[in-house]
Design a protein around this ligand. Structure first.
Ligand SMILES: *Cc1c(COP(=O)(O)O)cnc(C)c1O
Length: 406
């Protein structure tokens, strides 16, 4: 059931805060009077009669038929995330990339064109360049913070503008409201992948975006357990097209994963506050370190996106990147020298993670593409977890010692 309604709430949702909606919305209690949300581990649903079956199949009445279409646990997650994004519609998917590919499948056709930020998640760029290019959907990449470049890249065939903000790994910030205007003037839709901020820090629909994409795999789960995603919108037509695509092509969210994500949403605001606090602490400490060349965190006044982030976000997020003095070998020594931090490309976890983007997440780019995105050999990304900040900093100091700090 992907239309967001006041299911499970006796109060007017418009009068409730995000923290309350994240905990209370979406659950329609079963006759068993359960307190916690149940997992509906069922692939299909039974009908009371042959007549009811016929009527549900003919879409004369709405209700569950088969879990590729709808499932009550998935619907609870969708309603909850929809409320947090201030949206009328939300559809859960099997992964963040499934959410994006599904949107392209149901909204674009051969001959049409996409403008996207160069700093997108690597697989999102591959999706457009390697898969959708075969269906004659073309893409132009621009620098996320250059509004003139967005404007210039738009053609008469442009149907979609796509961005992430802040970007990975340099935390550049896009002006969502300005780019939404460019999209509107061109008759195109603006899609924002809200992975880094989550609706707790930023609500792109309220700034003019048409669609929000989520990878639930990151902060929404928050403990690195499940893969999932979502498409969120206020546009009924986009929703209807999307739901038809989901039914027919099948990238549906599993009920078990939906349950993990909806429990994750209950603690999202608390966790985001701690992710931001730890990231800020790490960024401020790194800034003073002798072995650090530069630090990228929108919460730092010196960061190019600071003022914009302050306007359109309620906090600055959990990801910090920095350039260490040296090259690849010093960077790797630093990473190997940490004892607590997890060496993994993932983020949005209770566990702090550390990554060398040039040889992992951005390793498949050409050197020129890497340089354009600022992903140099001495760049290190830290996605702050929820541990004790002093312990994280002490561990980073182990890294500097291993990398040759006096
Ligand atoms: C991880 C990620 C994705 C892809 O999500 P999956 O759930 O892994 O498919 C998309 N966008 C961003 C910004 C990501 O970090």
């Amino acid at each position: 059931m992907s239309k967001v309604n006041s299911a499970g709430l006796d109060a007017d949702p418009n009068e409730l805060g995000l923290e309350t909606l994240a905990i209370r919305s979406g659950h329609v209690r079963s006759p068993e009077r359960e307190h916690a949300e149940p997992i509906f581990a069922t692939s299909s649903f039974i009908f009371n009669s042959a007549e009811q079956a016929a009527s549900l199949f003919a879409e004369e009445e709405t209700g569950n038929v088969y879990s590729r279409f709808t499932n009550p646990t998935v619907a609870t997650f969708e309603t909850r995330l929809g409320y947090l994004e201030g949206a009328n519609y939300c559809v859960g998917t099997s992964s963040g990339l499934a959410a994006i590919s599904g949107l392209v499948l149901c909204q674009l056709k051969a001959g049409e064109h996409v403008v996207a930020s160069r700093e997108l998640f690597g697989s999102t760029i591959s999706l457009f360049k390697k898969i959708f290019s075969r269906f004659d959907i073309s893409i132009t990449l621009v620098s996320v913070s250059d509004n003139d470049a967005w404007q210039k890249a738009v053609t008469s065939n442009t149907k979609m503008l796509f961005l992430e903000t802040p970007t990975n790994p340099l935390c550049q910030v896009a002006d969502i409201a300005q780019i939404a205007q460019i999209a509107r003037a061109a008759g195109a839709m603006l899609v924002v992948d809200n992975c880094f901020c989550t609706p707790i820090l930023q609500q792109p629909l309220s700034l003019g975006a048409d669609v929000v994409i989520h990878t639930a795999t990151k902060y929404l789960d928050g403990q690195g357990r499940c893969v999932g995603g979502a498409m969120v919108t206020n546009n009924e037509q986009i929703h209807d097209d999307y739901f038809a695509m989901l039914r027919t092509t099948g990238p549906s969210m599993s009920p078990f994963n939906a349950w993990v994500f909806l429990k994750g949403l209950e603690t999202l605001s608390l966790r985001m506050a701690r992710h931001c606090e730890n990231a800020r602490g790490i960024a401020e400490w790194l800034q003073k370190h002798d072995m650090v060349e530069s630090v990228f965190y929108p919460g730092l006044k010196a960061h190019s996106g600071h003022d914009l982030a302050k306007r359109q976000q309620s906090d600055f997020g959990g990801v910090v990147s920095f350039r260490i003095k040296g090259g690849r070998s010093v960077s790797w020594k630093f990473i190997n020298g940490t004892r607590i931090l997890s060496i993994t490309a993932n983020l949005g976890d209770a566990k702090t993670t550390i990554t060398h983007p040039a040889s992992t997440t951005h390793g498949r780019l050409t050197e020129e593409e890497r340089n354009l995105s600022g992903v140099t050999e001495n760049l290190i990304r830290v996605a702050a977890g929820l541990e004790n900040l002093d312990d994280i900093i002490a561990d980073l100091e182990h890294g500097f010692t291993a990398a040759g700090a006096p």
